[in-house]
Ligand binder design. Structure first.
Ligand SMILES: Cc1ncc(COP(=O)(O)O)c(C=O)c1O
Length: 389
């Protein structure tokens, strides 16, 4: 019999692990399924990405190992974007590192900084990799529930001092998945100050920084003075440019932290496909313009579905960022039960709060990932489920 590690047993069930199989079964049964579960929009990637990738594929050099250096042009393009967009100046070779989507970098940062038993502060609801990455690094996750009381902001001064003293890492993500919360600058300032006081490394996960609406512009954590001393930031091409499957992002941080991440990655991956990095370099040269095109379409979807959801009994707020609606359920209605009814009775895939951990009960997530008519249809169908429970 094969024995598995304790670490594997401790991993929570991955939120959407079974969904692809369930989806396939339902489609085979002829169900007219609407999938607003995963944060994976149906838009085509930018034309220039496809063209640059096609070009790169003709060059045999692009088929070689990327190693951790990767494509210098990608590093330079990402650094130029950080400067242009946030006014943040970083050395593309020492303070920035290509990663295989932000998921991979986030997971491996924990391996680079945690010793067994070190505490990592993990928001719930939150991206599953904060918890999983901590467990895989033999760290101890300390879960903190994000609630409407604090506008879904994780307030470090509400965490017991003895936990803060043992903490080595904290994960934050604003604009936030799944709550769509955004972080005011004064919040980021006091968080940086607390991280400095308690000597906690802030893993600032920023894949939605371009997906903002109504005049809101999301910052880089490095716009906050002193952040370079205490933070590593993760960026991704997945959401801003609808390139989820391309697996490309970058991490930014102090040279010693970037070097530690690269040291771990040396033993795990050999770099993102160079041809993809070459396409990424081209996309980032025009990042703001390309993202704006997608954001306009997400906004159109958001503005179309909100009134229909409200007319169907859902008291949902208007998000100022991300491709998510974090929809409260009536008191006492379990999110998993609602999701099951939505899936089996009306063929709509949503993500229940409970998939993000017990602290996220009472909500479900809708992703603005399908065309407006289908979103409206989903809202009507979900309304029927709500009326029936
Ligand atoms: C908050 C957050 N961080 C990171 C990721 C990972 O993105 P990727 O690995 O595709 O860059 C996601 C994807 O859903 C996310 O929601």
């Amino acid at each position: 019999m094969t024995a598995f590690s304790k670490r594997v047993a401790q991993l929570p069930t991955y939120p959407m692990a079974e969904l692809p199989a369930i989806k396939r079964r339902l489609i085979e049964q002829g169900v007219d399924l609407i999938d607003v579960g995963a944060g994976d929009a149906d838009f085509a990637p930018p034309d220039i990405a496809v063209k640059a990738l096609t070009r790169a594929l003709q060059d045999p050099a692009m088929s070689r190992y990327a190693f951790q250096l990767g494509l210098p042009a990608f590093r330079e393009s990402a650094a130029a974007y950080m400067q242009r967009r946030f006014g943040v100046s970083v050395d593309p070779f020492k303070e920035l590192h290509p990663i295989l989507g932000s998921k991979e970098g986030i997971a491996h940062l924990a391996t680079a900084v945690l010793d067994p038993g070190d505490v990592a502060i993990v928001p719930v609801p939150g991206y599953a990799v904060y918890h999983g990455g901590t467990v895989l690094a033999d760290g101890e996750p300390y879960l903190v529930t994000l609630t409407p009381r604090t506008d879904f902001l994780l307030e470090l001064d509400e965490i017991p001092r003895d936990v803060l003293k043992r903490a080595k890492l904290i994960y934050l993500n604003y604009p936030n998945n799944p709550t769509a919360a955004i972080a005011p600058r004064d919040y980021l300032e006091r968080t940086i100050a607390a991280c400095r006081e308690y000597d906690v490394l802030l893993a600032y996960d920023n894949p939605y920084c371009e997906v903002t609406f109504d005049g809101y512009v999301a910052p880089s954590i490095f716009e906050i003075p002193g952040a370079m001393d205490v933070a590593v930031e993760f960026h991704s091409l997945s959401k801003s440019f609808c390139m989820t499957g391309w697996r490309l992002g970058w991490a930014v941080g102090r040279p010693d932290r970037i070097a530690a991440l690269a040291r771990v990655k040396n033993y795990i991956d050999t770099g993102a496909f160079l041809a993809v990095q070459s396409a990424g370099a081209e996309v980032l040269k025009q990042a703001e313009r390309l993202a704006a095109g997608y954001v306009a379409q997400f906004k159109e979807r958001r503005d179309a579905i909100l009134p229909v959801l409200r007319a169907n009994g859902f008291e949902v707020e208007t998000p100022r960022a991300t491709l998510y609606l974090w929809v409260p359920l009536p008191e006492g209605l379990a999110s998993a039960a609602f999701q099951k009814r939505a899936l089996e009775d009306v063929g709509v895939i949503t993500l229940p709060g409970s998939a993000f951990g017990a602290g996220a009960e009472g909500f479900f997530r809708i992703a603005l990932t399908v065309a407006t008519p289908r979103l409206l249809e989903a809202a009507e169908r979900l309304g029927k489920v709500l009326a029936a429970v």
